[in-house]
Write a protein that binds this ligand. Structure first.
Ligand code: NAP
Ligand code: MG
Length: 481
């Protein structure tokens, strides 16, 4: 089908000027901006242009130690003794401040990480604020949330987050820790530290007692320093399965508590009675949302044979309408790939998919000359053993297969080391539940995909990790009972 060039969108760029990014950011330790003890910094860049946004302190063991000491002192002092009702007030205040500065947050999230402004504005930032609102409400009701269990805080939580939802992941970690009376040392990802540092500004403005939340920036070694610190009571990690396994080994002979939110390879299953147009939207949302940098992305598509041709035809024509490019443009559907390294990884998988006999489809897109870009990609003629159907790519690459019967698709969908999420598209409720109860996945969406809510627990099975974030389960992970 030829693209109708008369229907191009006019550019609608968000005004980036209102976002204030300092030339340099230090660590946020004990309520103060503190340079790294080594004096070292690293650059964070805009992946859509390749240009530097800011210099950020590079944390070492000594910086992490100072942050943990501050968190311990705050826990033993004011915060540990404060009533849930008082704690809740601070958390509500953080949520409201985040709403007030939502526009600035969404612009910085998009500049630093490459995701479309539409997503950071409508999903990341509002959801992050909602997590603070939700947990704030529980802060004075923990006795009711967990009756007869005597819930009490664990102490100092060491938290490490990835680059795909930088602010949202910080909220998922910090909000429940505060509501349950713990103090925090958090490390954002190396490529996307800015919104966590902006969050530190809000935390300072909220008057939260010094040392309750500490943000230390740096690379993997800074994360390792948090995991290894003897005075950390709980490690909360979101990231890759390989680093998660390493963390599990590191803390094996300690009494540290741990939750691991790791990778995924979700099945998105289209049954023959599904509403096809709606399912195609769900497929697109499932894999191309946030450039496919989504742990629960619907990266394996299973289509029942009788509707296979129709779904693929409609999917390809929908893919041709996706706008790839400037993440600050409000029309953009697919922004920049987060880093050069991630782009190389995605390209390696696209190459492998072709070498292993997959049929690749990419619509023609005009890609900007600078920055990291990957058009939406679909593979058909994929086999179950193909690498692109087995391994997490973490990019806009979808591997489609067909199936005939429900038992067949259940066994195919479960045939993966991961177990984070899945989606089922089907007209009959009973059939939908039959499938969802047999899928090994922490979250299963029915006739929708990528829906998140602070009240709903999220987490995985198998190599997708253990522990839950969100809901009461997410609070329980920060409590001794
Ligand atoms: P990653 O390489 O594992 O990094 C995650 C975080 O850990 C980053 O802050 C990283 O620092 C740090 N880190 C690296 N090595 C470490 C070590 N030895 N000890 C302690 N910390 C260390 O993962 P990623 O590539 O950033 O993120 C993508 C992965 O996250 C995907 O597999 C995705 O599925 C998963 N994820 C899971 C969920 C979930 O809820 N299950 C949600 C989002 C993402 P640097 O930034 O310096 O590398
Ligand atoms: Mg960046």
């Amino acid at each position: 089908m030829k693209k109708n060039t008369n229907w191009e969108y006019a550019p609608a760029p968000e005004a980036a000027k209102i976002a204030k990014i300092a030339k340099r950011y230090d660590h946020f330790i004990n309520g103060k901006w503190t340079p790294s003890q080594s004096g070292k910094t690293f650059r964070t860049i805009n992946p859509a242009t390749g240009r530097k946004l800011s210099e950020v302190a590079d944390g070492n063991d000594a910086d992490v130690d100072a942050a943990v000491k501050a968190a311990r002192a705050a826990y033993e002092g004011l915060w540990g003794k404060m009533s849930g009702r008082e704690r809740g007030k601070y958390i509500y205040r953080i949520a409201r401040l985040m709403q007030e500065r939502a526009r600035e947050f969404s612009i910085i999230e998009t500049l630093d990480g490459g995701k479309p402004i539409r997503e950071s504005r409508d999903i990341d930032v509002p959801l992050a604020a909602n997590h603070f609102f939700y947990t704030a409400g529980w802060a004075d009701k923990l006795e009711y949330a967990f009756p007869n269990r005597n819930p009490s805080a664990l102490g100092v939580a060491g938290q490490i987050i990835p680059w795909n939802f930088p602010l949202l992941m910080a909220a998922w970690k910090i909000a429940p820790a505060l509501a349950t009376g713990n103090t925090v040392v958090l490390k954002p990802a190396e490529t996307t530290p800015l919104t966590a540092l902006k969050l530190a500004e809000i935390i300072a403005d909220s008057g939260l007692p010094e040392g309750v939340v500490n943000i230390v920036t740096g690379a993997g070694t800074t994360g390792a320093a948090i995991v290894n610190h003897p005075d950390v009571n709980k490690v909360a990690f979101t990231g890759s399965t390989s680093v998660g396994k390493f963390i599990q080994q590191t803390i094996a002979n300690t009494d540290k508590r741990v939750t691991l939110e790791l990778g995924g390879k979700a099945a998105n299953i289209i049954l023959e009675d599904a509403a096809i147009d709606q399912a195609v939207e769900g497929i697109v949302n499932g894999i191309y949302f946030n450039q496919g940098h989504v742990c629960c992305a619907g990266s394996r598509l299973f289509i029942q044979e009788s509707v296979y041709e129709e779904v693929i035809w409609k999917l390809k024509s929908r893919m041709r309408t996706l706008v790839v490019g400037d993440p600050l443009d409000k029309n953009t559907d697919i922004g920049a790939i987060n880093s050069k390294e991630q782009l190389k990884t995605i390209q390696k998988y696209i190459q492998l998919g072709q070498e292993q006999g997959g049929d690749m489809y990419q619509p023609t897109c005009k890609l900007p000359s600078a920055g990291n870009w990957c058009p939406p990609t679909l593979f058909t003629h994929v086999t179950q053993s193909s690498v692109i159907a087995q391994e997490e790519i973490f990019g806009p690459v979808l591997a489609a297969q067909s199936f005939r019967t429900v038992p067949e698709v259940i066994s195919k969908a479960n045939n993966t080391p991961y177990g984070l999420s899945a989606g089922v598209w089907c007209d009959k409720g009973a059939r939908l539940f039959q499938l969802t109860t047999q899928l090994d996945a922490g979250v299963v969406w029915g006739n929708t995909f990528n829906q998140f809510d602070p009240a709903s627990p999220f987490g995985g099975f198998k190599e997708s990790g253990f522990g839950r974030e969100g809901g009461l389960h997410g609070l329980a992970a920060y409590l001794e009972m």
